[in-house]
Design a protein around this ligand. Structure first.
Ligand SMILES: Cc1cc2nc3c(=O)[nH]c(=O)nc-3n(C[C@H](O)[C@H](O)[C@H](O)COP(=O)(O)OP(=O)(O)OC[C@H]3O[C@@H](n4cnc5c(N)ncnc54)[C@H](O)[C@@H]3O)c2cc1C
Length: 395
């Protein structure tokens, strides 16, 4: 965390606190984030190339450096957080599998926010992963894509969709590939979905492909590598969503502390009441636990480890924590918290995006349990020990 990094972090937070809150009411009413205001501001402070390596024009941040910035943005507005998260995460996924030529052509543009990618994983008629229904059939030097994706974040803005599709339907999980599809391709239709509960202003579109021809050169990685890419990319994205939960939770806690000091009943600040103190203490406990989980997991990622179980645990605990904390914030604020006088009700709605985004709780349960049952047990902690009854006795 050097001086340059601290400057970058403050530059982004200060500019976004200036730009975003005045647009909040308009975003609520129109369900559109004025991109002509937000995007230039994000470009000016370099927030759209945070994970892109320096040689491609990005900031080249480590995960440990990136998470606090994402948490800062989550304090401001869920739509802003969602926009930046989707852009930076999809750019990262692109760079995981792209060839040198693809990276040299597109990463510098992505780092400046002149090009963006949309993640085409979720489908209306199929499950994620091996169940994907979108197909890409070879026809000479092209793939022909047919199928549907939805909930694709930033669908109104991205230039390319990273479409996860079956290039070999008979091969199941090993037949999924990632293909880059331009938004103006013939046969592609993008419709907006109805408005969302929270993260207002973000668009999560319905992408429909009817025999869309895409050059073979647009494939990312080898055929059949798509599912591994989803799993590895999501591992990181789940940690990012957990950091987003942390930012919203911290903001809700700090607003609740301020309210507990200023609001008086029966001549005393409500913060003197044990009932309110308990809410604040429980909120703080969630925040502290999530901070620690994220710090540890980020350090392991930066040290080069894969962290499927830790990432899913962060995501799972984060979504529960941010929902609990924003619910408690509503209790601290009382009835006025249910109105738009304070951003508490919006934060409570924004928090709910983190529940399903990057996989619902059931998927996190599955990943954590499966990883442990396959023999992995959490490493890198002062509590690690080989002395356990489970390895010496039949249990
Ligand atoms: C704010 C937001 C942004 C998003 N952005 C993107 C994006 O950019 N790109 C993208 O592709 N997707 C995106 N999504 C979609 C998101 O990743 C999915 O909604 C999520 O992974 C759940 O998939 P699903 O909607 O298909 O739910 P379903 O699969 O229909 O799941 C519904 C319920 O059934 C359970 N379930 C389903 N299958 C199983 C199973 N096999 N075993 C056990 N339980 C099961 C689930 O746990 C869940 O509780 C976004 C979603 C949100 C809310």
């Amino acid at each position: 965390m050097n001086e340059d990094y601290e400057k970058l972090r403050s530059r982004i937070a200060e500019r976004m606190w200036e730009v975003f809150p005045p647009m909040e009411e308009e975003i609520e009413h129109t369900d559109v984030i004025p991109k002509d205001v937000m995007v230039p501001a994000l470009q000016e402070v370099g927030a759209l190339g945070l994970l892109v390596p320096k040689e491609y024009g990005g900031a080249g941040l480590t995960v440990t450096q990136y998470l606090p910035i994402l948490a800062d943005l989550s304090r401001i507005h869920g739509g802003l957080r969602g926009f930046v998260h989707a852009h930076n995460s999809s750019t990262h996924v692109f760079s995981m599998l792209a060839s040198e030529e693809q990276k040299a052509r597109l990463l510098p543009l992505a780092a400046r926010g002149e090009v963006s990618f949309g993640m085409g994983i979720t489908e209306p008629d199929h499950g994620t992963g091996a169940d994907i229904g979108t197909t890409a059939t070879r026809d000479g030097e092209h793939y022909v894509l047919t199928g549907q994706k939805w909930l694709t974040t930033n669908s109104d803005w991205v230039r390319y969709f990273i479409v996860f599709c079956k290039t070999d339907p008979a091969a199941g999980a090993a037949g999924v590939s990632a293909i880059l599809m331009e938004r103006d391709a013939e046969g592609l239709r993008i419709d907006p979905l109805p408005p969302t509960l929270g993260t207002r202003g973000l668009q999560h579109g319905h992408v429909q492909m009817e025999r869309v021809r895409v050059p073979i050169g647009n494939r990312l990685g080898r055929e059949g590598e798509g599912l591994g890419l989803i799993e590895e990319g999501m591992e990181l994205s789940r940690v990012f969503v957990a950091a987003s939960s942390l930012g919203t939770a911290e903001e809700a806690l700090q607003m609740s502390l301020a309210r507990a000091r200023s609001r008086e009943t029966f001549g005393q600040p409500i913060g003197t009441r044990q009932a309110v103190q308990r809410y604040l203490a429980e909120m703080a406990t969630d925040v502290l636990a999530l901070r620690s989980m994220l710090e540890n997991t980020a350090a392991r990622i930066d040290a080069g480890h894969r962290v499927p179980a830790e990432a899913s645990a962060c995501k799972l605990f984060g979504l529960e924590a941010v929902c609990r904390v924003t619910d408690r914030a509503l209790l601290v604020f009382g009835g006025i918290g249910f109105t738009r006088k304070f951003p508490i009700e919006r934060m409570l709605r924004d928090a709910r995006a983190n529940v399903v985004e990057e996989g619902p709780p059931a998927i996190q349960h599955l990943v954590i349990a499966r990883t442990m049952l396959m023999g992995y047990y959490f490493e890198g902690s002062i509590f690690d020990t080989p002395y356990t009854r489970a390895v010496t006795a039949t249990v």
